[in-house]
Design a protein around this ligand. Sequence first.
Ligand code: HEC
Ligand code: HEC
Ligand code: HEC
Ligand code: HEC
Ligand code: HEC
Ligand code: HEC
Length: 364
Amino acid sequence: MKAKISNQFSAIGALAIAFVLIVGCEGPMGPAGADGIDGMDGMDGIDGNVTCLSCHSDGNIQAVNQQFVESVHSGGEVAVSYAGGRAFCAECHSHEGFLEFVATGDVEGDIVSPSAWECATCHDIHSTFEAVDYALRLDDPVAFKFDNSVVADFGNGNLCANCHQSRRAEPNTTNPGTDFTITSQHYGPHHGAQSNTLYGAGFAEIAGSASYPSPGMTSGGETFAHMTIGCTGCHMGDYDAGTGGHTFNPNVNSCTTCHAGATDFDIGSTMTDIAAQLDVLEGLLVAQGVIVEDVSVEFELDPETGDIVEVLKSDGFHPVVATHTMAQAQAFFNWVGLLEDRSFGVHNPAYTEALLTNSIEAIQ
Ligand code: HEC
Ligand code: HEC
Ligand code: HEC
Ligand code: HEC
Ligand code: HEC
Ligand code: HEC
C-alpha cells in the first residue's frame, strides 16, 4: 500500500514538472472549438444510508472499544488459551467456535488458532452496512443444555445465556438413585451457570422446608423483574468507571431504577446472607469428605527476619472422586454452582435461598 502511494506521488510530481515546461513555451491562445457531444449517463451512486462512515466516523466504535478492553471477554486469557480450541469447549470459549456454533449449532473439530471475543463475535456487523447494522447473533429464547425442553427468554441477554449456563443436569436427573459417584475433580454445572440461577431452573431442587419459586417467577407467583431485564439490564447499563456498557460489569446505577436509594449490590443484605449459607454448606461438605481444599506450599521472604518461610496458599476446593450419597452429591452441585455464579443471590434471591436452605437440611 505504502509503495503504491509513493509511486502515485512521483507520477504526479513528473506531470507537474512537464506542465511547467509546456507553460514556459506557450504562445497566444486560439479561438474556442465547438462543444463536444454529451457523454453517457453515469451509473447510480450508492444509497446515502448505506454508508460506512455512519459507524466509522462517529465516536461509537471507539467509545465501545475502550469499554470492551476492560471486559474479561476481550482479553479471554483463561477462556481461550485453555478451552478455545477444543471442539467440545469452543462454542463458548472462542470467537471462531461461537461463530461455527451460531451457523451450524455445533463445533465439528478442534480450532487451530482460536481467538478472543471481538465486536463480530456478538454482532452481525457488515451485513447491510447501515448505522443500525449491529444485529445480535443468537437472540432467540434459549433452550437449556441441562434439558432442552426448558426454554427461557432473556431478551438481549439470550446472547449471553447461550454460554453462561450449566453444561449438565443435576446428579439425580443424570443418574437417579440413592448414591452418586463423582468421577472427576471437575464435576459440577461448569463455571458460569448464571442463566440457570436467573431463570430458576437446572439446580438440584432437593425437597425441604423451603419452597422453590416457579421458573421465571417470584415466590409470590409474579413475573420476576430480574428475568424481564435479562442480563443486559444490570450488566450493560450506562458506562461508569469500569462498569456498565461493554465492560459487562454490573453497576449500581442499573439497580436504582427499581431499588431506589441502593448504594451497593447487597440490597436487603441478601449477598451477606447467601455468603453465610454457602459457608455453612461448605463446612458440612468438608466435614463429610465431599470436598477437599487444594493447598499449595509457597516460599516467601519474611521482610522482618530475612528468613525464607513456608506459606500455605488455598487454591479453592475440589470434589472428592468417590461414591457419595445422592443428597451429598446434590448439595455439592448446588454449592459449587451457586458459588461460581458469583452474584451471591442477586440473580435470583428466592431460588438461591431455597436451594441452600434445603441442601443444608438434607446433609446436616
Ligand atoms: C454498523 C456499523 C458499521 C458499518 C455501517 C460499517 N462498519 Fe466496518 N466495522 C464496524 C465494527 C464494529 C468493526 C470492528 C471495529 C474494531 O474492531 O475496532 C468494523 C471493522 C471494519 C474494518 C476492519 C476489518 C474488520 O473487518 O474487522 C474494515 C476494513 C471495515 N470495518 C470497513 C467497512 C466498510 C468499507 C464499510 C462500508 C461499506 C463499513 N465498514 C461499514 C462497524 C461498521
Ligand atoms: C455452554 C458453554 C460452555 C462450554 C461448552 C464450556 N464452557 Fe468453560 N466456561 C463457560 C463460561 C460462561 C465460563 C465463564 C463463567 C464465569 O466467568 O462466570 C467458563 C469458564 C471456564 C474456565 C475458567 C474458570 C475460571 O476459574 O476462571 C475454564 C478453565 C473452562 N471454562 C474450561 C472449559 C473446558 C475445558 C471446556 C470443554 C471441556 C469448557 N469450558 C466448555 C462456558 C462454557
Ligand atoms: C459479548 C457480546 C458483545 C460484544 C463482544 C460486543 N457487543 Fe455490542 N452489544 C452487545 C449487546 C448484548 C448489546 C445490546 C445492549 C442492551 O441490550 O442494552 C450491544 C449493543 C451495542 C451497540 C448499541 C446497539 C445499537 O443498535 O445502537 C453498539 C453500537 C455496539 N454494541 C457496538 C459494539 C462494538 C463496536 C463492539 C466491539 C468493540 C461490540 N459492540 C462488542 C453485545 C456485545
Ligand atoms: C461465546 C460465549 C459467551 C458469550 C456470548 C458471553 N459470554 Fe461472558 N464469558 C464467557 C466466558 C468463557 C468468560 C470467561 C472468560 C475468561 O475468564 O477468560 C466470560 C466472562 C464474563 C464475565 C466476567 C466474569 C469475571 O470473571 O469477571 C461477565 C461479567 C460476563 N461474561 C457477562 C456476559 C454477558 C452479560 C454477556 C452477554 C451480553 C456475555 N457474557 C456473553 C463466555 C461468553
Ligand atoms: C438484577 C441484576 C442482574 C441480572 C439481571 C444479571 N446479573 Fe449477573 N451479576 C449481578 C451482580 C450484582 C453480580 C455481582 C457482581 C459483583 O459482586 O461484583 C453479578 C455477577 C455476575 C457474574 C460474575 C461477575 C464477576 O465479576 O465475578 C457473571 C459472569 C454474571 N453475573 C453474568 C450474568 C448473566 C449471563 C446474566 C443473564 C443470564 C446475568 N448476569 C444477569 C447482577 C445481575
Ligand atoms: C426492573 C426492576 C429491577 C432492577 C433493575 C433490579 N431489580 Fe432487584 N428486584 C426487583 C424486584 C421486583 C424484586 C423483588 C422480587 C420478589 O418479589 O421476589 C427484586 C429483588 C432483589 C433482591 C432481593 C431483595 C430482598 O430484600 O430480598 C436483591 C438482592 C436485588 N433485587 C438486587 C438487585 C441488584 C443488585 C440490582 C442491580 C444490579 C437489581 N436488583 C436490579 C426489581 C429489580
